[in-house]
Design a binder for this molecule. Structure first.
Ligand SMILES: *[C@@H]1O[C@H](CO)[C@@H](O)[C@H](O)[C@H]1NC(C)=O
Ligand SMILES: *[C@@H]1O[C@H](CO)[C@@H](O)[C@H](O)[C@H]1NC(C)=O
Ligand SMILES: *[C@@H]1O[C@H](CO)[C@@H](O)[C@H](O)[C@H]1NC(C)=O
Ligand SMILES: *[C@@H]1O[C@H](CO)[C@@H](O)[C@H](O)[C@H]1NC(C)=O
Length: 384
């Protein structure tokens, strides 16, 4: 097991690093407070008229290639919602930027609702990945049909750029609600129970030896607990929850946030939600949101804590085994559920970046040398 973890760490160091250039500082320096995140840009993406709303057009995720960033996000209110879709109706766009997110291209549709399929109502909160071994783009997202059950759907596109329509996997939905969590939580040493379901906010962390490693959140309504887990797949259809560096457990549960410096509501931290992982040197860094009360957003100010914490480990460890940073490492300017959302860590050409949505703006920060304030307070972006 230790050898496999080491192999994964080394393989990831070579593959995930995808070194575009030289970084002055990395997440190890941030961890030690020898580097901090400096504001670089803000953006938001209104729906086409007559709507022009932008607050729902989130679910951000970045894939960078030399000299260019691609940003995937959801778009609501792009057309009249069909009457059979009672809840969300959304599609996925991709845009690109060559100036660290200061300006973005127009959006191109990569996945859109198709009647009478698993993705007939909404495709949201997903993640892209460029597999340079096969020159293929992947996108995996939450999808919704008229029965109002969230599932995971997968899409691919051949070629150098993701700019264009992706092809839905003929096996969509590739994951039904609860399909992976029921297997993870049934493992002998798992710290979650089998009521965990709702595989959501998937992120494709890396590909090692033909397998994609995908993380996702889960919600157990019965216990009022959430978690983040990981599974691997060679094709997004067949999934393994053990072996080859997997922990045989959730990677984050309420156990990992219970001692954070937050005055949690009665019942404590419920566990994790959306999370983003990035390797630096041979260490895996995980930045993850954690609320109290429920994994749903209580958006009335003062009701709910909703913060981000950072953890790290030399492999993909089980819950409880990750080293804690100064947590919470990112707090909202206003105590409010979902004030901070859709955060990501990613590498650009020569630097590491942090992004989050707060105060109705997508904000991007670059890691630069020197210490910074702890925790980071997420609020409105600078007025520039
Ligand atoms: C990134 O680093 C490379 C050399 O490693 C350099 O040629 C390039 O100009 C740098 N790019 C930026 C945006 O600083
Ligand atoms: C960037 O986006 C624009 C607008 O969709 C598109 O025309 C262009 O081809 C994209 N660039 C790349 C490299 O994909
Ligand atoms: C809609 O979702 C339900 C629940 O996941 C599933 O049983 C049903 O087959 C789906 N319908 C289509 C058309 O995908
Ligand atoms: C915990 O957070 C409070 C602010 O909410 C701060 O005043 C205090 O210094 C923090 N404690 C530690 C040990 O960081």
């Amino acid at each position: 097991m230790v050898a496999v973890v080491a192999l994964l760490a080394i393989a990831c160091f070579l593959l995930c690093d995808d070194a575009h250039g030289q970084e002055a500082v990395d997440l190890g320096d941030f961890w030690n407070n020898d580097a901090h995140f400096q504001y670089v840009s803000k953006a938001r993406f209104p729906s086409p008229p007559p709507s022009t709303q932008y607050a729902m057009n989130v679910g951000f995720q970045f894939v960078t290639r030399p000299g260019i960033w691609y940003l995937f996000h959801s778009e609501y209110a792009f057309t009249t919602q069909p009457s059979y879709c009672k809840a969300d109706y959304a599609r996925i766009l991709v845009r690109n930027s060559t100036d660290e997110g200061r300006t973005w291209s127009a959006g191109t549709v990569v996945a859109t609702p198709i009647p009478n399929t698993a993705q007939e109502c909404a495709i949201v909160d997903g993640a892209g990945f460029y597999d340079d071994e096969t020159n293929t783009w992947h996108y995996i997202a939450q999808c919704l049909n008229r029965t109002d059950h969230w599932m995971l759907c997968h899409y691919t596109r051949q070629g150098e750029t993701p700019t264009g329509m992706f092809t839905p996997n003929p096996y969509n939905p590739v994951v039904y609600g609860g399909q992976l969590w029921s297997r993870i939580c049934a493992l002998p040493h798992a710290h979650c129970d089998e009521n965990m379901y709702d595989e959501g906010t998937p992120e494709i962390f890396t590909k090692v030896e033909g397998n994609f490693y995908v993380t996702f959140h889960g919600w157990d309504a019965k216990a009022g607990k959430s978690a983040r887990g990981i599974a691997m797949t060679p094709n997004f259809v067949d999934w393994s929850v053990t072996g080859a560096g997997l922990p045989g457990d959730a990677i984050f549960t309420s156990k990992d946030c219970e001692h954070w410096n937050v005055t949690w509501a009665k019942g404590g931290c419920v566990g994790g939600g959306e999370g983003t992982m990035l390797a630096a040197s041979d260490i895996f860094y995980h930045l993850i949101e954690a609320p109290d009360i429920t994994l749903g957003c209580l958006t009335k100010p003062g009701l709910q804590n909703w913060v981000l914490g950072m953890l790290r480990a030399p492999g993909i460890e089980a819950t409880g085994m990750w080293q804690q940073s100064f947590n919470p490492i990112v707090v909202p300017a206003v105590k409010q559920g979902c004030y901070i959302q859709y955060h990501r860590l990613f590498k650009g050409d020569n630097a590491t970046y942090l992004e989050y949505w707060a105060a109705d703006w997508m904000q991007v920060f670059k890691l630069v040398p020197g210490p910074g304030p702890r925790p980071i307070v997420a609020g409105p972006p600078p007025d520039i």
